[in-house]
Design a protein around this ligand. Structure first.
Ligand code: IPM
Ligand code: MN
Length: 364
């Protein structure tokens, strides 16, 4: 198999973590007889400061010819707040119609969670990625006057909700294709369930939007009789993520709620340094990125944890149809975390490159 991969290291610690992720990817590819040709693209702060270009439509079109994109991080303290994030990162997600943001939450061996009771934590958040409060729909009226009004509108179409929920159902099934999810009750298992899908919303307040989500959920449910479906308000989801994360298998939610709860989730799994992510267009070009940002305080110090970027490469391999290669990456991360003092004490014990070396050595 031959793949063309666009690599966008981006800003801050992005290049450092991306370097390690690419090293791991190339080795895993070799072991699985995959040929991957990488092309670097310099979108980000430096290019913007030099040329004024953020991300042109022509650049987006050029990216369409790749099989996947690997991205480090985008953002810079000296750029106007939010500009690079909006005009590069969000533009990529929206123009390439990457409508799913997949964020697995897993506690690897030896990783210290801030949670007291965290024997089991292994769930996935499916965040809707191109709609809701991120669409920029809104307005300001009478700006600058005491009567000023600002609106930001959460917009969802039936089609957007349906494709997101369908993806979540399919993903839940695929995740437990071999053995049913271990968190099911005996009664649920006896009733034939294999997986659980939790819709995270706020139907008691955001009545229009979550009436739609719940109706689409109910409409799809009969097509997935082995997926146990439940609905939980977002505020309660936050409680359970702290008190009883083992109750979750696959959580599906809106763009904004997904943004917020995945930061909370990342914290419970040991921090941003270990939380991978994928922006998926199942019919198009997908982009894989650690969910953390540019970490300006760590930039250039060879101190940042590259495991989130390495985990994102695992998600990419899985998405490209190579679950064995993805599992190899996952096993290597699980072998590496117990050796990292940083993952227990919350401070850096191993350099960025040393973590990359360890993961490479642990590939088997
Ligand atoms: C994320 C980030 C982005 C988002 C920002 C940088 C626009 O927080 O990937 O979660 O809100 O989606
Ligand atoms: Mn975020």
């Amino acid at each position: 198999m031959n793949y063309k991969l666009a690599v966008i290291p981006g800003d801050g610690t992005g290049p450092e973590v991306t370097r390690e992720a690419v090293r791991v990817l190339m080795r895993v590819a070799e072991l699985h007889q995959l040929s991957i040709q990488t092309t670097a693209h310099d979108f980000g702060a430096e290019r913007y400061f030099k040329t004024g270009e953020l991300l042109s439509d022509a650049s987006v079109d050029a990216l369409r010819s790749y099989d996947a994109i690997l991205l480090g991080a985008i953002g810079h303290p000296d750029a106007p707040p939010g500009l690079l994030e909006r005009d590069i990162l969000l533009k990529l997600r929206f123009s390439l119609d990457q409508y799913i943001n997949l964020r697995p939450v897993k506690l690897y061996p030896g990783v210290r969670s801030p949670l007291r009771n965290c024997a089991a934590m292994d769930y996935v958040v499916v965040r809707e990625n191109t709609g809701g409060l991120y669409t920029g729909v809104g307005r300001q009226l009478q700006a600058g006057t005491p009567d000023e009004v600002a609106e930001q509108t959460m917009v969802y179409t039936y089609a957007q909700v349906e494709r997101c929920l369908r993806y979540a159902f399919e993903y839940a099934l695929r995740r437990h294709a071999d053995t049913p999810w271990t968190g099911l009750t005996d009664a649920q298992r006896a009733a034939g369930y294999r997986a659980k899908l939790t819709l995270c919303g706020k139907s008691n307040v955001l009545t229009y939007v979550f009436d739609l989500w719940n109706r689409v959920l109910a409409a799809l449910k009969p097509q997935y009789p082995t997926v146990y479906v439940d609905y939980v308000h977002v505020d309660a989801v936050c409680i359970y993520m702290i008190e009883d994360p083992a109750r979750f298998d696959v959580i599906v939610t809106t763009n904004m709620f997904g943004d917020i709860i995945t930061d909370l989730a990342a914290t419970t799994q040991g921090g941003m340094g270990i939380a991978p992510g994928g922006n998926l267009n199942p019919e198009g070009v997908s982009m894989f990125e650690p969910i953390g940002g540019t970490a300006p305080l760590f930039t250039g110090k060879n101190e940042i944890n590259p495991l989130a970027a390495i985990g994102s490469v695992g998600l990419m391999l899985d998405h490209l149809g190579h679950p064995d290669a993805a599992a190899m990456v996952d096993r290597a991360i699980a072998k590496t975390t117990p050796t990292m003092a940083s993952m227990q004490a919350g401070k850096m014990g191993m350099s960025t490159t040393a973590v990359g070396d360890a993961v490479l050595a642990n590939l088997s």
